[in-house]
Design a protein around this ligand. Structure first.
Ligand code: ADP
Length: 399
């Protein structure tokens, strides 16, 4: 059964088609600048590996984007499907499931309503995700669809980990609490880590460091997420590409007063103009540029050093939270590609009995064991695959 995986943003739509039985990727692509000038669709047939095909074409809305995706998939020359009947189900990535969704759900009118209800918790993401659902429903009315939530994996956190020390009415009335994000990735990578070390998932204490443009750490104890660094929104926790991560909340009022800004304007700075981008004196939010500047540019060095220090602090606190750690797994753009950053983080962790295999750490592979055989904690770099995880969930609920 083929699964179409859709990740719909406000002006973009990423897609993949995966054969759920063989887990083979058949096609992938991206629609960009939906509703704007210069919209384009990028499409790759992965069966024949014909390379990327980019077409600039008007896309007034997401329905048109989905229609173009379906045309590309069934195109006589470059398509991977004979007809749309070959799509057994559609899996949608949904950013926020609030407290309602502790696992994936087959999409019904009630599920759509429930996603709408928690949209105030992710005003930039959930409405866009819903547009993707609507567009697919209009063009493939008989095909079952599944919602896979970024927050669901973290719903096993205990109260002491997810509650903020704020008046309880904020939680009772507005559901202000820690939710966490990147759950599909944390779930996929922690399960894969258990498979790799050959131990039952529910017997391991694992810390997953998802280090991409957005970055988060999670503590997975005996098969359950017990803590994670992102909070009500993806702003909390690690220093990220352009997000500040943890800070003293009083800074918001202080800067608002100094610069005559509203709280919303300051929070926008915290989301879009902070992180390693700010610390590097606006050199870049991309770690490739920062690594290049590390030796000669004071602020590039500061950005990387502060980033690694924050990750190491989270690993320390999650080791304490779980009273130990068996496996640490690095994933996502930086975690999978930067031996330099992994090495700098590991420099803090000698106290855990971690010994690094520097030669392996310098390599790039989907699975890399970067600790030595006599290291007390096993450390890996593991490539995440959120689309495959969404396809698996979708298949499990619709086959
Ligand atoms: P997201 O999905 O959050 O946008 P990714 O997981 O794709 O992010 O990660 C993107 C980031 O990964 C880039 O901004 C860059 O900082 C980092 N990255 C990618 N390749 C490399 C590399 N070879 N070396 C160092 N960092 C890299």
């Amino acid at each position: 059964m083929n699964i179409l995986v859709i990740n719909c943003g406000s002006s973009s739509l990423k897609f993949q088609v995966i054969d759920a039985e063989t887990e083979k990727l058949l096609a992938k692509g991206l629609c960009e600048r939906i509703g704007m000038d210069g919209a384009s669709i990028t499409y790759e047939n992965k069966v024949e590996n014909t390379g990327k095909e980019v077409n600039e074409t008007p896309m007034p809305d997401h329905k048109q984007a989905v229609s173009l995706v379906l045309n590309a998939l069934t195109n006589e020359k470059t398509g991977v499907l004979k007809s749309l009947d070959e799509i057994g189900a559609v899996g949608h990535r949904i950013v926020h499931g609030g407290e309602k969704f502790t696992s994936s759900a087959v999409i019904t009118d009630e599920v759509v309503e429930a996603i709408k209800e928690v949209s105030d918790l992710a005003p930039l993401h959930n409405p866009a995700n819903l547009i993707g659902i609507d567009a697919c429903k209009a063009l493939m009315p008989g095909t079952p669809m599944v919602a896979v939530f970024d927050t669901a994996f973290h719903q096993t956190m205990p109260e002491k980990a997810y509650m903020y020390a704020l008046p309880l009415s904020y939680y009772r009335d507005y559901k202000v609490r820690r939710y966490g994000f990147h759950g599909t990735s944390h779930s996929y990578v922690s399960k894969k880590a258990a498979e790799i070390v050959g131990k039952p998932y529910d017997s391991l204490k694992t810390i997953v460091c998802h280090l991409g443009n957005g970055a988060s750490v999670s503590a997975v104890c005996c098969g359950k997420c017990v803590d994670t660094s992102m909070g009500l929104t993806p702003l909390e926790g690690l220093i990220m590409g352009t997000r500040s991560g943890d800070l003293d909340p009083a800074i918001i009022e202080f800067i608002a007063g100094k610069e005559n800004k509203t709280a919303a304007e300051v929070v926008s700075v915290l989301n879009k103009k902070s992180g390693v981008f700010a610390l590097s004196d606006e050199l870049s939010s991309d770690f490739r540029d920062l690594e290049e500047g590390y030796e000669n540019n004071h602020y590039a060095k500061l950005a990387i050093d502060a980033f690694c220090y924050r990750v190491a602090k989270y690993i320390g606190s999650y080791t304490a939270a779980m009273n130990g750690v068996d496996v640490i797994a690095f994933t996502a753009g930086i975690g999978e590609n930067s031996g330099f950053v992994r090495g700098k983080i590991m420099e803090y962790l000698g106290y855990l009995g971690i010994k690094i295999n520097a030669e392996e750490n310098g390599k790039r592979d989907d699975v890399l064991k970067i600790s030595t055989d006599d290291s007390k904690v096993q450390v890996y770099s593991i490539a995440t695959n959120e689309e495959l995880a969404i396809a698996r969930e979708t298949y499990a609920l619709t086959k």
